[in-house]
Structures are given as structure tokens and as C-alpha cells.
Design a binder for this molecule. Structure first.
Ligand SMILES: NC(=O)c1ccc[n+]([C@@H]2O[C@H](COP(=O)([O-])OP(=O)(O)OC[C@H]3O[C@@H](n4cnc5c(N)ncnc54)[C@H](OP(=O)(O)O)[C@@H]3O)[C@@H](O)[C@H]2O)c1
Length: 301
């Protein structure tokens, strides 16, 4: 069985490609160069060329701060493009898994957000992704939206890679400690999506509506940074950092507002697909080691 993957060149897209074989799925990996999802003509051409059984859309405009002044570009991709993909999947009768984000929430909650909790995005990126979700679900009854959060993997850029770089540049690092969420290894998410798709294609189980999938346990950015630096130190490669200090969001202003709390309740995906949250520490070990090899600080095993 073959999956059409959109956004194949991204952080998540590359991990999906690397792992599809483990799930017994073939993949047609389509990157931005071959298809702009905001162009219905280009999408139509790809859907015409590729014969597949299901579609995963990992393509998105993901520059969260840049989106604040690049509203049109974010809207074209995250909102309009997402909707076009769903329309074409519906036309062709193909199940669709569309990836979305915890930034659709306003962050004022204090308990994990259920899959059907009210959204209230505070950033342009979050708003365009929330509108995209509506378009996807409105266009195609065979579509599922999978929200994730704080993604990191070997094929960044991402927060983990920034911390590893800083580990060799600074003696002290300051990281926001009053934003709490769930780091997610893109390897775990890729497996979750492929498992969902495989089950959807080979059993009676239906993927429909909104699902949450993120790593566990919950963490602040500060705790996440501390774990990353701890792993760099453990590998004994001459880390320069002596201390990681917690700071407040006010001390680290960014153009886009981030949710203060965006932990998501992932019980639906476990109940319906038997997919359990992965421990993000596992991903930290793998990705830090990979990043250190890239930086030639760690010898090849
Ligand atoms: N990264 C996170 O922390 C995070 C957190 C929560 C949810 N998510 C969601 O997870 C999904 C995957 O994110 P990611 O981290 O893998 O992002 P990524 O590395 O930025 O990958 C996104 C991919 O989409 C491509 N793309 C952008 N505009 C496109 C267009 N118009 N047509 C076709 N492709 C286009 C990009 O290509 P170019 O590079 O050439 O533009 C890139 O290859 C996205 O839906 C994102 O919203 C991410």
C-alpha cells in the first residue's frame, strides 16, 4: 500500500520517509519543489500522477515569529493549501492525516487540553493552523487532524539543535520556564502517523476528526533545555555550559505569543489506535548524539 506524503522535505516529512518501511507502507514523497500545496493546479497534477491509498500532509508554513508579518504566506499554506489537499483527497476518496499544532490553544488552561477543547489561537501561525483544521475537516469526512507540539528531530532546525550549538558557545544559558508543554520527538510522531494510516487502511478503524499526539512527560522549555544539556555533558564532549537558568516569558519577548500551557490529552489516539505517547527523553538521546556527530564532537560509533 502506498502513501502520498506532502511536505516530504521537512523535519517530520524526513522521519516519515525513513520509517514507512517499518510499517509495511510504500511512500511517494513529494516536497515543496515538486508541489506547492497552495496551488490547486500543482496539487491536482500530483494527485493525477501518483496512485496511492492515503495521504499524509506534513507541509506547512512553520516560521512562527515570521508569520506575524507574513500573514498572507502563512494563510496561503496553512489555511488555503490545507483545505485544497483535503478537497482533492475527498474527490479521490483517499483518507487524509493532516498535521496541526498545540498553538491553536490560548494557553490559559491548567489541565491537558482534550481533543475537543475550544481553540483560541493567539498568534498568526496558530490562527492559520486553526483555520486550516476547520477547512480540512469541513472539506473531507475521511480526514483526521493530528495535533502535536514542540517537535524536534534529526532534521531540524529546532530548539534541541539550538541548545546543542549553544552548549559549545556559552557558559550560561537562560531559558523560559513559565511555558509548559510536551516536547515530541518527530520519530515518535512519524511512527504514530504511519501506524494510524496502516490501521485505517487495513482494518475497520476510522480516523476522523481531531486527535492529539505529543511526547510525555510535560515539561517547561527550561526543563527541556536542562535535559538536552545534561545529555551533552553525559556524552563527555567538552560542553562549555556551566548553568541553565530559568527566566520568564517577559524576559524573552518574541514577536508571536506562545501558549503558556499547551499540554494535550492524548487519550483518544490511544483508545482508538492503541498508540501511546513516547517518552521524549528517548528522542533527546538519539537526536543529541546525531547532532554531536554532525558537529564532529562525537566519533561515529
Ligand atoms: N516544528 C514544531 O515544533 C511543530 C509543532 C507543532 C506542530 N507542528 C506541525 O508539524 C508539521 C510538520 O512540521 P515540521 O517541524 O516538519 O516543519 P518543517 O520542517 O518546516 O517542514 C514543513 C515542510 O513544508 C514545506 N512547505 C512549506 N510551504 C509549502 C507549500 N506551500 N507547499 C508545499 N510544501 C510546503 C516546507 O518546505 P520549505 O522548507 O521549502 O518551505 C517544509 O519542507 C506542520 O504541520 C507543523 O505545523 C510543528
Amino acid at each position: 500500500m502506498k502513501i502520498l506524503l506532502l511536505g516530504a522535505g521537512g523535519q517530520l516529512g524526513k522521519d516519515i520517509q525513513a520509517r514507512c518501511g517499518h510499517h509495511g507502507l510504500d511512500i511517494e514523497a513529494v516536497g515543496h519543489g515538486r508541489c506547492d500545496i497552495a496551488s490547486k493546479e500543482q496539487l491536482r497534477a500530483v494527485f493525477g500522477e501518483v496512485s496511492c491509498h492515503g495521504v499524509i500532509n506534513a507541509a506547512a508554513y512553520t516560521k512562527v515569529d515570521q508569520a506575524e508579518r507574513d500573514v498572507d504566506a502563512a494563510t496561503r499554506v496553512n489555511q488555503d493549501g490545507a483545505g485544497f489537499v483535503a478537497e482533492l483527497c475527498c474527490e479521490k476518496g483517499l483518507p487524509l492525516l493532516h498535521v496541526s499544532t498545540d498553538y491553536v490553544f490560548d494557553g490559559t488552561g491548567a489541565e491537558p487540553y482534550a481533543h475537543d477543547a475550544l481553540v483560541g489561537p493567539r498568534s498568526v501561525y496558530g490562527k492559520t493552523k486553526a483555520e486550516g483544521e476547520k477547512k480540512v475537516l469541513g472539506a473531507h469526512p475521511g480526514a483526521a487532524v493530528v495535533r502535536t507540539s514542540w517537535l524536534f528531530g534529526e532534521h531540524g532546525p529546532n530548539f534541541l539543535k539550538t541548545m546543542v550549538r549553544l552548549a559549545f558557545e556559552r557558559e550560561e544559558i537562560r531559558v523560559v520556564s513559565d511555558q509548559v508543554g510536551c516536547p515530541t520527538w518527530s520519530g515518535h510522531l512519524a511512527d504514530a502517523l504511519l501506524s494510524m494510516m496502516k490501521q485505517r487502511l487495513t482494518s475497520e478503524v476510522v480516523a476522523q476528526g481531531v486527535y492529539h499526539y505529543c511526547g510525555a512527560p510535560q515539561s517547561s522549555w527550561y526543563e527541556f533545555a536542562d535535559a538536552i544539556i545534561g545529555e551533552v555533558k553525559r556524552l563527555g564532549v567538552g560542553c562549555k555550559v556551566r548553568a541553565v537558568h530559568p527566566i520568564t516569558t517577559e524576559e524573552y519577548p518574541t514577536p508571536a505569543e506562545r501558549p503558556r500551557y499547551s499540554v494535550m490529552d492524548c487519550s483518544r489516539i490511544e483508545r482508538e489506535f492503541g498508540i501511546r505517547q513516547g517518552d521524549w527523553h528517548e528522542g533527546v538521546d538519539v537526536v543529541v548524539a546525531h547532532q554531536l556527530r554532525e558537529l564532529k564532537a562525537l566519533k561515529q560509533p
